[in-house]
Design a protein around this ligand. Structure first.
Ligand code: TXA
Ligand code: MG
Length: 336
């Protein structure tokens, strides 16, 4: 295992059936040759990932798409055209008989063409679609820089490409076209509002913010697993009425032995009497998402009895941030 940014070497590791930690514009991924079932199994082992949670296949150009997906509709092409390369994953009909382990034997395949140059060159030189989940042990926040994940994953992968901090910091938007409507299964940097500029009918799957029953069938299996969660119990609180939200946060905080409050820069002054972490400015949600996973990884350092997190309106990038926060709080979410 070595951390040398040699894309040629990394692609050789892929061709020989190894697994590689690599950067993308969203978060880091752990990649393998999507067509090599034995190699893909190593990813599931390295992450401790549930066997029914399929991986996204990453491609470098449209030629690769023909090898993995079929019966693509005009609307699906419109979406790929608008948002690729970029932080956008689309669930398509799978070409039969391929990438069984990566797709968990299903009829569909999630496909993304990353815009990050290292990711693009790495996939292209490997010459095959790269199956890759986010780089983290299952349940933990996704890795957005090597420092956060190297201890967790170093001995579980065959090669590491260090591409610095991820630009976006949140995983890609995942969508599926159902009955001429675009359904958002996981919100991300490409927002509902962005997609509406291309396709008029866009909806948000109920599981994006809702709680999922243990046996419930879901369109995107990843949504049902515990994710991003620190060991410290966390509670997310939101109201459109700031005073109401502030009063609720302070009331709950006052009853705790050792509370930690995660508040937006603008509101820190309101919680001065408590230990606070700055989430970033509500006016710069790009920066908030960029630092979010590193922030979640820091919560446990405070040894608090409860972490209270200030929420946001479910608009624009706010929806993607709240989707991650609600999981960090294991759905302990109070809307007032
Ligand atoms: O930005 C990203 O998407 C990152 C980078 C590495 O590309 N990848 C990522 O992968 O976040 P992962 O495995 O952590 O999340 C993939 C999500 C999961 O919720 C999974 O259930 C869903 O996509 N997914 C993948 N294939 C699917 C399919 N065929 N049908 C439905 N959902 C699928
Ligand atoms: Mg993940």
């Amino acid at each position: 295992m070595s951390i040398i940014n040699d894309i040629h070497q990394a692609s050789k590791v892929i061709q020989e059936g190894g697994i590689v930690l690599f950067p993308t514009e969203t978060v880091y991924g752990i990649g393998a040759n999507a067509f090599d079932d034995e190699a893909v199994k190593k990813i599931f082992m390295a992450k401790g990932r549930a066997q029914d949670n399929p991986l996204i296949l990453h491609i470098s150009d449209m030629d690769m798409l023909d090898d993995i997906a079929c019966d693509i509709s005009f609307m699906e092409y419109q979406l790929m055209d608008a948002f690729w390369p970029g932080p956008f994953t689309i669930i398509l009909n799978k070409k039969k008989g391929i990438a069984k382990v990566a797709t968990c034997g299903g009829d569909t395949v999630g496909v993304r063409m990353p815009s990050n140059k290292i990711a693009h060159d790495f996939i292209k030189q490997s010459g095959v679609p790269i199956a890759a989940p986010s780089a983290n042990v299952s349940g933990k926040p996704s890795g957005t820089n090597i420092q956060d994940i190297i201890d967790e994953l170093e001995n579980r992968v065959d090669y590491v490409i260090d591409g610095g901090e991820s630009d976006i910091g949140l995983e890609s938007t995942v969508v599926r076209v159902i009955d001429d409507e675009v359904r958002i299964l996981r919100p991300g940097k490409i927002t509902k509002e962005d997609i509406e500029k291309v396709i008029s009918h866009v909806s948000i799957d109920k599981n994006v913010m809702g709680k999922i029953g243990i046996d419930e069938k879901v369109l995107s299996p990843g949504m049902k697993y515990r994710h991003y969660a620190p060991k410290t119990p966390c509670k997310l609180i939101y109201s459109d009425d700031f005073q109401k939200m502030k009063d609720a946060i302070c009331e709950i905080a006052s009853k705790e032995e050792k509370v930690l409050i995660l508040a937006f820069t603008e509101d820190l002054v309101e919680f001065q009497q408590y230990t606070c972490i700055d989430i970033g400015s509500k006016n710069h949600l790009d920066e908030v998402s960029h630092g979010l996973f590193s922030l979640l990884r820091k919560i446990d350092d405070y040894d608090a009895s409860l972490a209270i997190i200030e929420g946001l309106p479910l608009e624009g990038l706010g929806l993607a941030i709240m989707n991650r926060l609600i999981r960090a709080c294991s759905h302990d979410y109070l809307v007032l």
